[in-house]
Design a protein around this ligand. Structure first.
Ligand SMILES: NC(=O)c1ccc[n+]([C@@H]2O[C@H](COP(=O)([O-])OP(=O)(O)OC[C@H]3O[C@@H](n4cnc5c(N)ncnc54)[C@H](O)[C@@H]3O)[C@@H](O)[C@H]2O)c1
Ligand SMILES: O=C(O)CC[C@@H](O)C(=O)O
Length: 480
């Protein structure tokens, strides 16, 4: 058993190897590089109200991957200040932008950072991520994660987090507003009044009470919508690829066709997947009731817009509300035209169609909650290696180290999920006292976390290097 030593930054004397590169290694997050460190760097839990990172027990020991001021975070697309503040309170260097960045600028900036936070506009494809040599984690400050190449990220040891439900209620409430607005042609009446036209009509305007709502994709948003729609006196049917219990008296139907043929209003709440591309196209629009309404707040790939334009022009579909589009501009401005999407002008000329700029989740409540939730996940990953809630890696969490365990280190080894790895890992760890260890795999990638006690500083370099030398290695991190 190695002798216990004082770990820098924990109240013990500074190490003898000061400035020799040893400390650098101790605080290294690496797949191919080393970070500079400071043994005197201190870690402060953020005081943000409601933040998970404030809820650790006082005896919990804060782990440091390396000097916290060295953590560079790039936040794009106006991530809420609630999230920005949590990250800044960690001492991370936060660069926040209101919009997304052009590709060349994004590539330049992503080279340098360990953490990036985005929303739905920034596409983190493999051709962008291959430049992100220092990146360890991506935070999607939204629900959808289709804008990130999740597999490439996992294969590169980059963990991805999102916020699975913090804006669901906001989307569902928008749907309720739009269902009534379409039934009463509110958009058209309002536009006419803005142009000085008084057009008092009742033809083609309806109450929603007693009508049937068909929800496609009965997840977080679909559930919330279901409850509110029933409260307005609507009957709710839903279609989902999974068997799910209905809220209230909502009933699941066995096929999309059945839902389309029975619903007066159809709302779409499925993720962007190859299977959901053009889920609603000419055939499906034809299966809908005459004079029905279509609402899409999921992703632009889910509806074939040219087919929808045709169905609306023929009167088959009496109204539509679209919040998402195949091509969406990177920022605000006069961009919603035929250059962006070839049918842009034709769509805008239709009657009783509500067009919104991807604002389903854009409320103060949702953005503030998402900011806290995702920033907490990022901090817990950077500082503790916890992957709970990750969308592309196995979910691993170990009990926190306490102040009574000052000389423990936490080893995190992201590796290819191939036979024989654990034998080699145990050969390395076999020389140490492993307090706890957890490992899990997700597809081709596995994640191992081990807390090792009584670690001598001089051993950490060897420990780290031993993992780095394994053929299965994707990324090694040593936290202490
Ligand atoms: N407009 C916005 O601002 C906004 C905001 C939040 C989410 N979204 C989008 O809405 C989507 C849904 O959000 P959620 O939180 O309800 O997601 P969720 O994961 O909770 O629910 C999605 C449901 O769709 C089902 N599903 C998947 N494939 C399907 C298919 N082919 N046919 C039928 N059902 C299918 C799933 O089984 C699941 O129950 C998100 O993926 C996101 O893209 C948009
Ligand atoms: O805020 C955004 O940009 C995305 C909102 C929504 O589409 C989501 O996926 O949560």
């Amino acid at each position: 058993m190695p002798a216990a030593v004082n770990i820098p930054g924990r109240g013990g004397p500074p190490p003898a190897e000061n400035g020799t590169g040893m400390e650098d290694l101790l605080r290294t997050v690496s797949n191919s590089y080393n970070q500079s460190t400071s043994p005197s760097a201190t870690f402060h839990s953020p005081p943000a109200i409601g933040s998970f990172t404030t809820k650790f027990k006082p005896s919990t020991r804060d782990l440091k991957p390396f000097q916290t001021t060295d953590i560079k975070v790039l936040l794009l697309e106006n991530v809420n200040t609630s999230g920005q503040n949590i990250l800044k309170q960690q001492g991370y260097q936060v660069e926040a932008h209101k919009g997304s960045l052009p590709e060349d600028e994004l590539i330049e900036k992503i080279r340098d950072v360990q953490v990036i936070g985005i929303r739905s506009k920034t596409k983190l494809t493999s051709s962008i991520l291959k430049h992100a040599k220092n990146l360890i984690v991506i935070g999607c400050f939204c629900i959808g994660t289709n804008q990130v190449d999740l597999q490439y990220a996992a294969d590169s040891g980059i963990c991805v987090f999102n916020s699975p439900f913090s804006n669901s209620r906001s989307v569902a409430e928008l749907m309720i507003g739009e269902i009534i607005s379409l039934a009463r042609q509110l958009g058209d009446r309002s536009n006419e009044m803005h142009q000085g036209v008084w057009n008092k009509v009742s033809a083609g305007c309806w109450e929603v009470r007693g009508k049937t709502l068909g929800i496609v994709g009965y997840g977080h948003i679909g559930n919330q919508l279901s409850v509110m729609a029933e409260a307005m006196g609507m009957s709710v049917l839903y279609y989902d690829v999974v068997n799910l219990m209905g809220m209230g008296t909502a009933k699941q139907v066995g096929s999309l066709e059945e839902l389309l043929s029975r619903a007066d209003f159809v709302t779409l709440h499925v993720p962007a997947l190859p299977e959901t591309k053009n889920l609603i196209s000419e055939k499906e629009l034809g299966q809908m009731k005459n004079g029905a309404y279509l609402l899409n707040a999921s992703r632009g790939s889910v509806v074939d817009i040219s087919a929808l334009i045709k169905a609306m022009k023929s009167g088959k579909i009496a109204g539509a509300a679209l919040d998402v589009y195949p091509n969406e501009p990177a920022g605000n401005g006069q961009f919603f035209n035929s250059e962006l999407n070839q049918w842009g002008d034709e769509l805008r000329s239709l009657k009783n169609i509500i067009l919104t700029p991807h604002i389903g989740g854009s409320t103060e409540e949702a953005q503030s909650a998402i900011g806290v939730e995702v920033a907490d996940s990022l901090v817990n990953y950077v500082n503790f290696g916890t992957t709970t809630g990750a969308v592309n890696m196995p979910e691993i969490a170990l009990r926190s180290l306490t102040v009574d365990e000052p000389n423990h280190v936490r080893v995190i080894y992201v590796h290819k999920n191939v036979p024989g790895v654990l034998r080699k890992v145990n050969e390395i760890l076999g020389d140490h006292n492993v307090d706890k260890q957890m490992t899990d795999s997700r597809g081709d990638v596995a994640y191992l976390m081990a807390d090792i006690s009584n670690v001598n500083t001089s051993e950490i370099k060897l420990l780290y290097q031993s993992f780095e030398d394994l053929g299965s290695r994707i990324r090694t991190r040593v936290l202490y």
